[in-house]
Design a protein around this ligand. Structure first.
Ligand code: ZN
Length: 221
């Protein structure tokens, strides 16, 4: 009788052990090489507008932080963004990208400028440095930016998507951007209307690429 009971307990313990293991590893989905690969966004989305502010002095640091206006994302994130643009094209609207993949070195430099996690991510877990975040706005068919209430990289409470002290047309533009991005797999920052994370961003590693690495990607294109 005891051995039968022991056998039963042993089976239950093995079952619980397997259950714990399966729960622990359920979040560790295998990431294929294709998903980890950075791709040039303009090669995936042909009608996208690119205005990489950190390749100019027109950004919050006042310094040119990129040698070239590189605009790369993880392949899987770029695919999601392509779906966003496809939907926007039907409305005669276009995405304009201010930033995408951000080299770790640049993230660290920004962090030195402003170590405020409401606006600049700690380099230890920055989503831009994984190639899984994008800063975007909307542009109409005449090339005019839709009014979002503040400029890109205005670090104030008015930049928060939860700030509603704007006229209806501005709120509508903000809601439209959020709605279409969310529909295709992006999560909006709570402090910056322009910043969106790929919903899977935490699954991807930080990619510490130098300017020379990006140049090689550019040449291989
Ligand atoms: Zn951002």
């Amino acid at each position: 009788m005891n051995s039968i009971r022991n056998f039963g307990i042993k089976q239950i313990l093995i079952f619980i052990f397997i259950l714990i293991l399966s729960i622990a590893f359920s979040g560790c989905r295998h990431i294929s090489n294709k998903e980890k690969k950075l791709v040039k966004i303009s090669s995936v989305i042909f009608d996208i507008i690119i205005d990489i502010r950190y390749a100019t002095t027109n950004n919050f640091t006042g310094k040119k932080l990129y040698c070239n206006p590189y605009c790369y994302l993880l392949s899987s994130t770029a695919d999601k963004l392509k779906n966003v643009q496809s939907e926007l094209t039907e409305k005669e609207l276009f995405l304009k990208i201010y930033d995408a993949y951000r080299p770790l070195k640049v993230q660290k430099e920004m962090w030195k400028y402003l170590a405020d996690e409401r606006y600049i991510a700690n380099p230890l877990y920055a989503s831009h440095s994984r190639g899984a975040a994008v800063d975007v706005t909307l542009v109409d068919k005449n090339g005019v930016d839709l009014d979002m209430g503040t400029e890109f990289d205005e670090f104030s409470k008015k930049s928060a998507p939860g700030y509603f002290g704007f006229p209806t047309d501005i709120l509508y533009n903000r809601i439209l951007l959020k709605k279409v991005m969310k529909k295709h797999g992006f999560i909006q920052s709570t402090t910056e209307w322009w910043h969106f994370f790929d919903k899977d961003w935490k699954k991807y590693p930080i990619l510490d690429l130098e300017d020379a690495d990006l140049r090689k990607l550019e040449d291989a294109d």
